[in-house]
Design a protein around this ligand. Structure first.
Ligand code: BDP
Length: 696
């Protein structure tokens, strides 16, 4: 039990349950003409064989009750005979229901196309893994999200930027010849949750990925993923025409540059006919971009888009931009740059927007671009790898973070204009829609650096398919499939996971604080850091604390970032009377003596939150300890040790933060709250030469 099997463990179910399911799995009737159909068969044989003790026989026609019939109306005569209208489900949609074929009772798993049928098969297996009744099945699944993508920040060297689970799983040296079986397991895991795209390389891109040498390797990976409905995409460097094309410029309006991108796209599609497209980080954190030539982001995106358009490819252009030369609040810069470009992007461009206006912090308000660019398909970018949430070892279930953002109401078109409806196209009538998650995948046996981190990959995929799902329901599915259907275990572990996100907010950055981690490596607290090279990379820029008070004034008296939100939200965030406590110090600078709704002073409240975060981790640890013996010792022990690390580091965050803020305000701690055990100088003196995921 090293975690390799993820949520696709398929261990034998208790006999009483297996017996019931077996009567519904007497034979398997499905086409096996295409690679996707073969993958579907293989998964069902593997899953049913594992869960039920033995796999049903595969037959070409139904000849007994209890058969499982899988396919599309085009691929399977048995399915065609059912005359189900699956076209209404849309691409990737499927249904699972009881039916009668040739006089026999069957379960039909029917997709609109082969990949949809594969999705249906995974769904069916999940019902068994999670101990659901299958006596009355009426599953009807469809998705409005067309691109459900993982972004790998994998360098061609094998290093993963912000990777906490080992190295890149792409073995460029042995590709294209050696296809590591792990690639198939990667594809299975993604297909099982509906992920249909993967960007193979880091947004801080190396132009070499577009050379024939690498494209051949990319083609090999695309071939492995294709049966599972996964397209490959590449991050491209805007200066590639210079770096590998020998041109003097990468100016998007230069005809030679345009010809170069077109020829490059043609070359890629000749190798990979279903290539997905390009992801671009431009004019951001030192990356080249169209502004180097006095052009706009739209000029840049549209040239790439035009090269890809005839092939059906898309450009995912990132809105993560901010500049040290811009003296305006960093939180405002993306909106300021992109909002005026609404309507200027080609039809096959999506703007990929991080969930919050700064950078994947434990909590941020939603990014004001959501709802503000109705003419442009906005793609969500979440971070699954926990760069700012404790790396691999902290148990933080991200489902509630994702859900909080997706359910946030932008009010762009009145009440109920949620972020989910912006990105799924409903609000503004887009059919090209998308969501990306920065992957937490590496060469570790458990893929994600801990068993619990797998839940974040899983939750991301499930929400990418359906942004309306509840993170609690997803957590429960995951716990059952990954660990156990033992009801007491499930309940306690799900409660622990649901607590974990608020815990990390509390012990790292409560009440709207943000970006207080160590510079560069991002490990541990460093709220005191005011050193170079850029002010907007220093914690002091964000907390603005001094003897009198703390917080970033983004209200109308400060940077006025609130004005980037729709009027009802702007008013709510601008006013101290209505701002939610959770965002207080994000939008306001207040005195330490400020009276909170609780009646306590801000300082007392802050100390209590820091302490609460640590207490929550203690509680999570106690919960887990009480579950010893309920699962295998290997996975139990790893999580137990990691929770111990998390408790130490939560305590460190609390103590260092309190020591620092107290050094500014000189206030006593509220009664009963322990002082930091070390002086501030101790926390400031720590160094971390071992931090993963970062190259100075
Ligand atoms: C920041 C990361 C950095 C990424 C950047 C990005 O620290 O490594 O390159 O985001 O998203 O959070 O481009």
């Amino acid at each position: 039990e090293d975690g390799y099997d993820l949520w696709l463990r398929y261990r034998p179910l208790p006999e009483t349950q297996a017996a019931v399911y077996r009567s519904h799995a007497a034979q398997l009737v499905l086409p096996v003409a295409t690679p996707t159909q073969q993958a579907t068969r293989d998964e069902l044989l593997r899953g049913l064989g594992g869960l039920l003790g033995h796999a049903p026989a595969v037959a070409s026609a139904v000849d007994r009750d209890g058969a499982i019939v899988v396919g599309t109306p085009a691929s399977s005569p048995a399915v065609a005979a059912l005359k189900l209208d699956v076209r209404a489900l849309g691409r990737d949609g499927y249904l699972i229901r009881h039916a009668v074929v040739d006089g026999h009772a069957v379960i039909a798993i029917v997709g609109q196309d082969d990949v949809a049928a594969l999705y249906g098969a995974f769904h069916f297996l999940r019902l068994l893994q999670t101990a659901q009744s299958i006596d009355h099945l009426d599953v009807r699944e469809a998705t409005r999200m067309s691109l459900r993508v993982l972004d790998h920040w994998d360098d061609l060297s094998g290093h993963v930027e912000r990777g906490y689970a080992g190295n890149s799983i792409w073995d460029w040296q042995k590709l294209p010849d050696w296809l590591d079986p792990r690639y198939i397991d990667y594809a299975r895991a993604n297909a099982s949750i509906g992920i249909n795209g993967t960007v193979l390389n880091n947004v801080n891109a190396n132009a070499a990925i577009l050379t024939p040498l690498y494209l051949d390797k990319v083609k090999a990976l695309a071939g492995v993923f294709r049966p599972y409905g996964i397209r490959v995409y590449l991050s491209v460097k805007f200066s590639a025409p210079i770096e590998i094309g020998g041109l003097k410029t990468a100016d998007p309006l230069d005809p030679a540059v345009q010809r170069w991108w077109r020829a490059k796209a043609d070359e890629i599609y000749a190798l990979i006919p279903d290539f997905g497209g390009f992801l671009v980080k431009a004019n951001s954190e030192g990356q080249p971009g169209p502004q180097d030539y006095g052009r706009t982001h739209a000029d840049g995106a549209n040239v790439l888009a035009s090269a890809l358009a005839s092939h059906g490819g898309v450009v995912m252009w990132r809105a993560f931009v901010y500049s040290q030369h811009n003296t305006d609040d960093r939180a405002k810069q993306a909106y300021t740059e992109f909002k005026p470009l609404d309507g200027k992007f080609a039809a096959n461009v999506l703007l990929q927007v991080k969930n919050g206006p700064i950078d994947f912090q434990p909590r941020e308000p939603f990014n004001p671009l959501f709802g503000a660019m109705p003419k442009t398909p906005l793609m969500m970018e979440f971070q699954i790898t926990k760069e700012y949430l404790g790396f691999a070892t902290h148990l933080v279930y991200l489902g509630p973070l994702f859900e909080e953002v997706l359910r946030a109401d932008t009010h762009a078109k009145g009440n109920g204009s949620t972020v989910a409806k912006v990105i799924d196209g409903e609000l503004d009538g887009h059919t090209l829609t998308g969501i990306a998650g920065v992957a937490n995948i590496g060469t570790d046996r458990d893929w994600n650096g801990s068993d619990f981190n797998q839940a974040n990959w899983y939750a991301y995929g499930r929400l990418a398919w359906n942004p309306q799902l509840s993170s609690r329901v997803i957590a429960e599915e995951w716990v059952r499939a990954t660990f156990s259907n033992d009801e007491a275990f499930v309940k306690r572990v799900v409660d622990m996971m649901m607590l974990s996100r608020e815990a990390v907010v509390d012990y790292m950055t409560p009440l709207g604080l943000h970006h207080l981690m160590g510079k560069g490596h991002h490990y541990g607290p460093a709220p005191w850091d005011a050193s170079g090279p850029r002010a907007d990379w220093t914690p002091v820029y964000y907390h603005r604390a001094d003897h009198d008070g703390i917080g970033f004034d983004r209200s109308h008296t400060g940077s006025n970032a609130v004005a980037q939100y729709a009027p009802p939200i702007a008013a709510e965030f601008d006013d101290l009377k209505t701002i939610p406590d959770a965002y207080l110090l994000w939008f306001h600078h207040v005195p330490w003596s400020y009276r909170m709704r609780s009646g306590r002073t801000l300082w007392d409240e802050l100390v209590m939150h820091y302490t609460q975060g640590v207490d929550d981790v203690k509680q999570m640890r106690a919960t887990w300890q009480a579950l010893d013996g309920r699962i295998d010792a290997e996975r139990y022990r790893k999580a137990a040790v990691f929770l111990g690390i998390q408790e130490k580091e939560a305590q460190w965050w609390r103590d260092a933060s309190i020591a620092y803020f107290q050094s500014l305000n000189g206030l006593p701690l509220p009664a009963g709250y322990a002082p930091p055990p070390q002086p501030l100088s101790y926390y400031e003196s720590l160094s971390f030469p071992f931090v993963p995921g970062y190259r100075p």
